[in-house]
Design a protein around this ligand. Structure first.
Ligand SMILES: *Cc1c(COP(=O)(O)O)cnc(C)c1O
Length: 394
């Protein structure tokens, strides 16, 4: 085990590993710290190449070394959207993971740790994909799961989550309001709170995106990363992963500009970025088709903003019409079905080009965080009466 301790992300206060944790005493996320010189001895380009592919090969930079709770977390491909944006516009397609979204790796890690600590019941608020992954890994681990979703959660997520045997409640509020109820139950000892960044291990699973992309791109990070930002776990996790990779000698000091992408109907991080604020105010009346990024208030707001600013990146808000158009464009031009959140990052890339924040010859990595088939699509098919059909008119 290379874990040395945990640390409050705001105050730096130290916490022991080997104990169950939620937020720090300051009410902020805890970060797992490792003995990186020790990790560097065995985590090398050569040793990695010889290991079974997937998230668990990064064991020196993960909090658990035993048998994981796993559903086969494959390495997700990076694909160029050649027709939509040219050879330098790359997408990491996280929709290929178990449960069809990038929530899988984080919750595989969180549930592995929950099982390790003997936790028997876990709960979380969700806009859909996180709850589905929690329920799937919970089922795999034999841990009871309770999930509370806002009413606008895509139906397929709600039914999928219930199919894994989770108790699913659809509530009349936003995800942070559902989260308040989960927190109340946790305080009463009813369950363990698995909300985004309120337990420290999901971030470690999520950061594997950063480790994986570095290896896939030949240990040369892209010029910019566009990330659909809700709770921001992935962005914060990748930023942490890059520092760890440099500390173990796998990459140099070059970092991508981190671009946090939100919808105009829910853009608390963009507003805080533009105002120069360290923390983000809650966004009232949040609404967007990109439900994965409909997060009015994120507990890791300052960590997202820090990564964006330190990297020289940006925070960009995009419109609903543009999101839907971008999904159509990538589907028609490149045969790639983005989820709406993936559509949002494609819009943001176009916006960044227009504003001169990025150029076409820079290598940019977009994140498609879920399978496009998990969302309702417009039916554009035509009806046909076979008996009367004339093929020459089709
Ligand atoms: C959860 C989710 C996001 C937001 O991820 P964070 O790391 O919490 O910011 C984006 N897109 C999809 C499809 C999601 O499910």
């Amino acid at each position: 085990m290379t874990v040395t301790h945990l640390e409050c992300s705001l105050t730096g206060e130290r916490y022991e590993a080997g104990e169950v944790h939620n937020l720090s005493r300051a009410g902020k996320p805890l970060l797992v710290r490792y003995d990186l010189p020790a990790a560097a001895r065995t985590l090398t380009r050569e040793s990695l190449a010889a290991r079974e592919p997937g998230m668990w090969k990064w064991r020196e930079l993960l909090p658990h070394e035993g048998e994981p709770v796993s559903l086969g977390e494959s390495e997700t491909p990076i694909i160029a959207l050649t027709h939509t944006g040219g050879p330098n516009l790359l997408v990491k397609d996280e929709g290929r993971l178990p449960t069809g979204s990038f929530k899988a790796r984080g919750l595989a890690m969180a549930v592995t740790m929950a099982r390790h600590f003997g936790i028997e019941r876990i709960a979380m608020p969700t806009n859909g994909n996180a709850g589905a992954a929690l329920a799937a890994y919970g089922a795999r681990a034999g841990i009871e799961t309770i999930v509370i979703c806002p009413a606008e959660t895509p139906a397929i997520n709600v039914t999928e989550t219930a199919t894994y045997g989770a108790r699913v409640y659809v509530a009349d509020g936003q995800i942070d309001e559902c989260g308040a109820l989960v927190g109340k139950g946790a305080a009463q000892g009813l369950w363990f709170d698995c909300s985004t960044l309120k337990e420290p291990y999901r971030l470690e699973g999520k950061k594997v995106m950063g480790l994986e992309l570095a290896e896939q791109l030949g240990w040369e990070l892209p010029d910019a990363i566009f990330y659909p930002t809700g709770g921001g776990t992935g962005l914060i996790g990748m930023w942490k992963a890059f520092d760890e990779l440099e500390a173990v000698g796998l990459i140099g000091p070059k970092r991508p500009r981190m671009c946090a992408v939100q919808a105009e109907g829910c853009a608390p991080i963009v507003r805080a970025f533009e105002n120069g604020a360290e923390f983000a105010e809650r966004w009232e009346n949040a609404a967007t088709v990109a439900t994965g990024i409909r997060v009015p208030k994120a507990v890791g707001d300052f960590l997202i903003l820090r990564a964006v600013r330190e990297s020289g990146g940006a925070a960009l808000a995009v419109s609903e019409e543009a999101i839907l158009q971008a999904v159509d464009d990538a589907a028609r031009d490149d045969g790639f079905l983005l989820c709406p959140e993936g559509g949002a990052v494609l819009v943001a890339w176009r916006l960044a080009l227009e504003r001169g924040l990025i150029s076409r010859d820079e290598r940019v990595l977009l994140f498609n965080c879920a399978n496009g088939n998990k969302y309702p699509l417009t039916d554009r098919s035509k009806r046909l009466v076979l008996a009367d059909a004339d093929p020459s008119t089709l």
